[in-house]
Design a protein around this ligand. Structure first.
Ligand SMILES: [Mn+2]
Length: 361
């Protein structure tokens, strides 16, 4: 270990032989045109310095904990989410120009807060190296670890953009934070640092949040887009709202899989009958965010394999990571999309993503 580097918290577990085995899948040979993620992925112990990444690089970090879900009185099982997501990503075709690095897991520490801080330490290291941490969860308490790690690496509070049926703005109970409080923690962190709390919650369900939580969202200055916003004719309105909410800030991107309807995502602690669909409207918003080049980290939360049906939810979470990778891989392309044809802009070349990209300068 380099003398200059502080040791990481003990709940960080570097990649092991077992994590290498977790990355497996179909093998069509090693040619560049047939390679898959399990062949393309590199392994790195973050206790050692990570070379600066000049190309788009995704660093996978498992948040193998459902202690925050348990504290929130939800159904447990999300500690097994990271393993399952890796299993479902292994056979994806390699994306040209995008590097993949497996960085190991965060295991539950004595408290949820400690586990969040362990994640933050790892995220900070990845962001400082110019790579994008992709947190594979795990309970949604991980969102505060992602926020904190990005904030420390960049010196500014990132805007939180959260696809979620729930606001996750619950007051923090006396026993400590849980999977329903990560954005309260980010809000309080911002108050303490006199930083602006920027929060956009997308896909929010009326039936999943009490009046108190909507009041708190208003007090926090949050931007809410309910599930009806995810229609192709609403994309520009949604992206305008998101752009207003995040302003010039960098983005910590959260995808709680319970934002999707239970038909698509049964394997979560709290499924939603009328959640959004992982359709073209959702994917355009996702791609628009990634194409803005302001997303400093991503977390995929709440996958509970034991509650899943034929890995449906795991496949969806994995597919979202693939969308992110392929959008990053498209970054240098300059395809001409027909601006009036929403589907023509589906590669992230739409007005909204361009606007977001310009805001970066
Ligand atoms: Mn959530």
């Amino acid at each position: 270990m380099s003398a200059a580097m502080e040791p990481l918290p003990t709940s960080y577990e570097p990649p092991t032989k077992a994590s290498e085995l977790a990355w497996s899948g179909r093998d069509d040979g090693d040619g560049l045109d047939v390679r898959r993620w399990h062949q393309a992925v590199a392994f790195h112990d973050l206790s050692e310095p990570l070379d600066h990444c000049f190309e788009p690089t995704l660093c996978f970090i498992g948040y193998a904990s459902h202690e925050g879900v348990r504290e929130n009185m939800g159904r447990v099982g999300a500690e097994d989410g990271p393993r399952k997501l890796r299993e479902r990503m292994g056979s994806f075709p390699a994306v040209e120009g995008v590097s993949l690095i497996e960085c190991g897991n965060i295991r539950p520490a004595a408290t949820v807060v400690e586990t969040q801080h362990a994640l933050a330490a790892v995220v900070e290291r990845v962001v400082r190296a110019g790579a994008v941490p992709v947190v594979l969860g795990g309970g949604h308490d991980q969102a505060f670890g992602l926020f904190l790690g990005i904030a420390r690496a960049s010196g500014n509070a990132p805007a939180c953009v959260n696809f979620d049926a729930h606001l996750d703005l619950r007051p923090i109970p006396a026993r400590g934070p849980n999977s329903g409080t990560p954005f309260t923690q980010a809000w309080e962190w911002c108050k303490e640092k006199r930083a602006q709390f920027r929060y956009a919650a997308l896909g929010v369900q009326r039936l999943g949040n009490t009046a108190q939580l909507f009041t708190r969202a208003e007090q926090a200055g949050a931007t809410l887009v309910d599930a009806d916003g995810f229609a192709l004719d609403m994309i520009e309105v949604v992206m305008d709202a998101v752009n207003d909410a995040i302003d010039e800030a960098e983005i910590a991107l959260s995808i709680d899989l319970d934002v999707f309807a239970a038909a698509f995502a049964p394997g979560v602690s709290a499924p939603n009958a009328m959640g959004i669909a992982p359709d073209a409207a959702f994917r355009r918003v996702l791609r628009g965010l990634i194409a803005s080049e302001r997303v400093r980290g991503v977390e995929i939360a709440e996958l509970c394999p034991a509650l899943d049906v034929d890995d449906r939810t795991a496949r969806l979470g994995a597919a979202i990571v693939f969308e992110i990778a392929s959008t990053l891989g498209d970054g240098d392309e300059d395809e001409d999309g027909d601006e009036d044809d929403v589907e023509g802009g589906a590669e992230g070349d739409d007005d909204a993503s361009r606007e977001a990209a310009e805001g970066d300068e």
